[in-house]
Design a protein around this ligand. Sequence first.
Ligand code: PHE
Length: 445
Amino acid sequence: MKEKSGFTSRLGFILAAAGSAVGLGNLWRFPYLAAKYGGGIFLLVYIILAVTFGFTLMLTEVSIGRKTRKSCVDAYSKLDKRFSFLGYIASIVPMIIFPYYCVIGGWVTKFVALFASGKGLEAASDEYFPSFISNTSSPLIYLAIFISITAIIIMLGVENGIEKVSKVLMPLLAVMTVGIAIYSLTLPGALDGLVYYIKPNFSDFSIKTVVAAMGQLFYSMSLAMGIMITYGSYMNQKDDLERSVRQIEIFDTVIAFMAGVMIIPAVFAFSGGDPDKLQQGPTLMFVILPKVFDSMPGGQFVAAVFFVLVFLAALTSAVSLMETILSVLQDKLKIGRIAGSLLILVLAFLIAVPSSLGFGVWSHIQILGRDFLDFFDFISNNILMPIVGFVTCIFVGFVVKPKTIEDEILKSGKFKSKKLYNIMIKFVAPVFLLIILISSVVGYV
Ligand code: PHE
């Protein structure tokens, strides 16, 4: 068999994986969850979970990928035939997420175009965003643009597309984040917002804080959907696994934290210290932030930079989703990169159409009381991902045994967290995952 092409350097791998991890989840979801679940206490819980639970799952997936050199559909069955079903469930997740993720990517693209063309002021009205997404053709056009850019990067290949793009975009993204965070902190009244964000509010602590932080972590690190297996399969055999995973995790968590520093003080300053504005969920980024930017000196420029940043983050995440789907098709259908990319491009666009129209002409159609986008999001994040995560832990903990992962890690470096890993993968992580699954099914969070 032809040797799989892959990342040329450890830095390339880390930045590509961080590119997958850093996305809308960091920039938009993390800040408002942190604000909602007690600020500092949420941060603390999140960080503890990241270095234990997140670390364990990410290390597991990257190691499985590197060991088997397979896409997620075949990786599990290569380790044990009886678990091929797990590969299939894991591969379905990115196929469900990718189309609707691109719908949101399209919205972001629209905002980039708007602010870059100096028309950002329009977005500061309450009606702008709802009227844009309920339109039929415009969101579909931006969806097509976003998905095509993603496909072009994928067609260029792992080394010339994903790695090169990540090496340029990720450092750029980090610089922009720091720049906007500093700017945000200089606004009058911003420091109170920072205190609100960082100071632990112990009275807000509840089991909900932990469940919310866990769900967020899972999503933010792109776990349980074959992505880290795919990227792991392109990783160099000589690169230190444990260290790489730590660095990806740190990158992801720092950007999420900084997103809060960027957004919370600014919204706080804007709303005169009213935390309610932060709890608007989805509309925070598209409705409240344009108003905030509108009220700030130089706000239009900062807004343009901000939306470019969100766009880049969403793009590198979409790339990882598409590459994961492509690697499954390559393994199963023996299809070429270009043909496979075109096939995914067309199919994903068609599947995305209902998610886009669900905010307009098809808004009367509901599945389980949800619009299309929300429904796909719920099935993948709340049901399938915890199942994949849970079965993966049982599979590694008790079937192929943690030794399989350990051997892979030891091939290229030390395994300092071995003890922690063993306990986490066998006992703690599966219990956590069951809790997430049950709480999402009963609608607790
Ligand atoms: N990890 C990404 C984020 O934080 C989200 C994502 C989910 C990316 C699924 C790819 C796949 O936004």
